[in-house]
Design a binder for this molecule. Structure first.
Ligand code: MN
Length: 727
């Protein structure tokens, strides 16, 4: 079988240099010569397994890249690609002698080379492909790596059988698909064929043998090519070029062994390719072919109007000759052919002479163009994501200590990583090491890092703070799930407290006797089975209190409308309407009707702001009022100040929480009386947890006055908390 594999002759640097001179492209030979001098010296004495001088390998890699048409920097980097990894020469010296561009390419190839593969499960392979593409930010890094692998596969006969199989599997699963995605058909096919020869030597030999027996078929196809050429010229397609070619061994292998078809059933073992100048000529040629031969139904594919995801364009048809032999014909323009053969590399091969910044722009333009063409194509998803990750790194790829690759959205933390492995790992996490070093728990992971999760006892569980650190929805929901399951009681308490806090903030106070019914209504509207369930949902983070608020406000409005006066211990004495305008100056508006917003009850001394209402004058809010702050940008908000010497009395409502006891109410009202504070209303209720909640609306002169009243009240026995509330 070895006889069937094309052998690879050694190329000397002199031969390589001559090929470069004859390529017709312009190269910086001083740089190439210098790269060779450095590499030859550095590798001196090193041998390949085959016994050849090591330097033959980098030169061979550079020669393949030369054929792809790459530029001086890429060729120099190819000659130097193993220097940093395998010799004493540091990257700094390469940068000093050859500049940052060459150094970056060598560094990229070196880093890719350090990645080892633990398993070849499909998902792993896919992640690896993506990671490699993401890591080679400059597509030339990947091209050098592909040519490096190609030359290694060409010389793999000297490896041990185990190495041959390992490297072949890796090549088949990772590198050939990358070559395919970059559209480089030649390299893809050769990588596959050479890998196959080690992975299934018997299958490989069988196909080589069958193809040998069909050698006369090639002769036959060549005769048909002649017939077609004549007809094309009759139709004035004088510049048509016709190639006959043998399909790759692996493509036949797949059809025989994967699709279970016999060799005879495979129509496209031999194929003709017709290259023309323009797209209209392609369709004309197709008409000529279909006129000459009978086309097989369902075998015509128009990849010109609908390109493949890797931008491949061509017309494909399979026809039956007059002798009953089926064969495939591909028709395309010269440019399409170049793209099909060289893919992303076609850019360098056929657009030589573009320099510097423009070169980079051109390269990005190519990728953009690739993205554009993806949009409508089927199965474009993967490639789209791959290429995008080169431009906008939206995914990162990191390793477990065992070498598995985990992909995460960029910005993900070590906690996200832990939960991506398994929820049990995340729930027991106490810390993490990155590349062997302890990192903070909010460390954002970077492509290529090896991450080890440090776990604690079984029942430790995550911290609620983690919900603010993690970025993946997967981690968030796993953390919430843990709290949901493990901490039901705690969730209910937490949720209840959070909701009460939110309601206080919104100045919604539901009377004790209506409280349960009120909450049941809210829970029902939230499609919860019980109030407890709702509290629990809030507690573990599955339900946001801010989302509940509109429903609560709505229910509260209904309640306030329908309810009788709240049970009070003391009857409201009088209703106070703060007379307005004298106390407040509204900037730019004289003699305006002023009223004080009920949501925040501003007092003299509070920083305030006015809102021009429709027909009701200006309403005054505290500047830190929730209703004011978000809307300051509206022109209806105006500056407002307190006039000096405000004589008027303002109302303020105090919410007093205390341990319930006899005479508490009496103590508070008598203290207020002692201080000569007018009391407009006062009410009290017992809360569910056995405390007393009092609400007192009192007359106040300014904030200073209010603060002194509050501090006196705080000294009353058993009073726990006092806050300014709503009316
Ligand atoms: Mn190498």
């Amino acid at each position: 079988m070895d006889a069937a594999k094309p052998q690879t002759p050694i190329i000397t640097y002199e031969q390589f240099r001559k090929m470069a001179e004859e390529s017709g492209r312009s190269y910086n030979f001083a740089m190439l010569d210098d790269a060779y001098a450095l590499a030859e010296g550095a590798h001196a004495g090193q041998k390949r397994r085959s016994g050849e001088e090591y330097i033959t390998h980098p030169v061979a890699v550079a020669a393949i890249l030369l054929d792809l048409g790459l530029d001086t920097e890429a060729l120099a980097a190819a000659i130097l690609h193993d220097v940093v990894e395998d010799t004493e020469i540091p990257l700094e010296e390469i940068e000093r002698r050859f500049g940052a561009e060459v150094a970056a390419l060598v560094d990229g190839v070196t880093k890719l080379g350090r990645i080892t593969f633990s398993s070849m499960e499909e998902e792993q392979a896919e992640n690896l492909r993506k990671m490699l593409l993401a890591m080679s930010k400059d597509v030339r890094v990947m091209l050098i790596k592909l040519c490096d692998r190609l030359h290694n596969m060409r010389t793999a006969d000297s490896w041990s059988p185990q190495t041959q199989r390992d490297k072949s599997l890796e090549t088949m699963e990772v590198y050939a698909p990358i070559a395919h995605r970059l559209g480089i058909a030649n390299i893809k096919e050769e990588l596959e064929d050479r890998s196959l020869s080690y992975l299934d030597p018997i299958g490989y030999a069988e196909i080589v043998d069958l193809m040998g027996q069909k050698a006369d078929a090639l002769e036959y196809v060549n005769k048909i090519a002649g017939d077609i050429d004549v007809r094309l010229k009759e139709n004035e397609l004088n510049d048509a070029v016709i190639h006959s070619r043998v399909k790759s061994i692996y493509s036949i292998y797949r059809k025989m062994f994967v699709q279970n078809r016999s060799f005879e059933e495979i129509y496209d073992t031999y194929a003709l390719r017709i290259i023309l100048d323009t797209i209209p000529e392609c369709y004309t040629a197709l008409g000529v072919i279909h006129d000459m031969y009978h086309p097989l139904p369902n075998r015509f594919k128009d990849y010109i109007s609908t390109p493949k995801p890797n931008m491949y364009q061509s017309l494909h048809t399979t026809v039956i000759s007059h002798e009953g032999v089926a064969f495939e014909i591909q028709i395309r323009t010269k440019e399409m052919d170049q793209l099909a053969e060289y893919g992303v590399a076609a850019h360098w091969k056929y657009k030589a002479g573009v320099q510097g910044q423009d070169k980079l722009e051109e390269r990005l333009a190519w990728v953009r163009q690739l993205l554009e063409s993806q949009r409508d194509a089927e199965d474009s998803g993967d490639l789209l994501r791959d290429i995008k990750s080169e431009l906008i790194p939206e995914e990162v790829y990191v390793f477990t200590p065992k070498g598995d690759v985990i992909d995460l959205p960029s910005g993900a933390t070590v906690i996200d990583f832990a939960y991506a492995i398994h929820s049990a790992v995340g729930n027991r996490m106490v810390g993490a090491k990155v590349n062997g070093r302890i990192v903070p728990i909010d460390h954002k992971v970077v492509t290529g890092e090896v991450i080890e999760v440090i776990t604690g006892p079984q029942n430790k569980g995550p911290s609620r703070d983690w919900l603010n650190i993690v970025t993946t929805s997967q981690a968030k929901s796993k953390i919430r799930n843990w709290f949901k399951k493990e901490r039901k009681e705690e969730n209910i308490t937490e949720g209840k407290a959070a909701l009460e806090k939110e309601m206080r903030r919104a100045h919604i106070s539901v009377p004790e006797d209506k409280y349960d019914e009120f909450m049941e209504n809210i829970a029902r509207r939230q499609r919860m089975n019980s109030v407890e369930e709702m509290y629990a949902a809030i507690g573990y983070g599955g339900l946001q209190t801010a989302r509940l608020l509109p429903k609560i406000r709505d229910e509260y409005a209904k309640l306030v409308k329908s309810s009788d006066p709240v049970e009070t211990f003391d009857i409201p004495i009088k209703t106070h309407h703060p007379k307005a305008s004298e106390g407040v100056i509204v900037e730019g508006i004289d003699n305006v009707l002023v009223k004080f917003a009920k949501c925040c009850n501003p007092l003299p001394g509070d920083p305030i702001v006015g809102f021009i209402t429709r027909g009701y004058g200006v309403s005054i809010h505290k500047t830190d009022c929730r209703n004011a702050a978000p809307a300051f940008s509206s022109p209806r908000w105006v500056n407002a100040y307190w006039a000096e010497n405000v004589k008027e009395s303002f109302t303020s409502t105090l919410e007093i929480t205390a341990l319930d006891r006899d005479r508490l109410f009496a103590d508070i009202s008598s203290l207020l009386a002692d201080m000569r504070v007018p009391v407009y209303s006062i009410s009290a209720r017992r809360t569910a947890d056995g405390r007393a909640a009092m609400s007192a609306t009192i007359g106040i002169q300014n904030t200073e006055h209010l603060n002194s009243v509050i501090s006196r009240l705080r000294r009353v026995k058993d009073v726990m908390d006092i806050s300014r509330g709503t009316v």
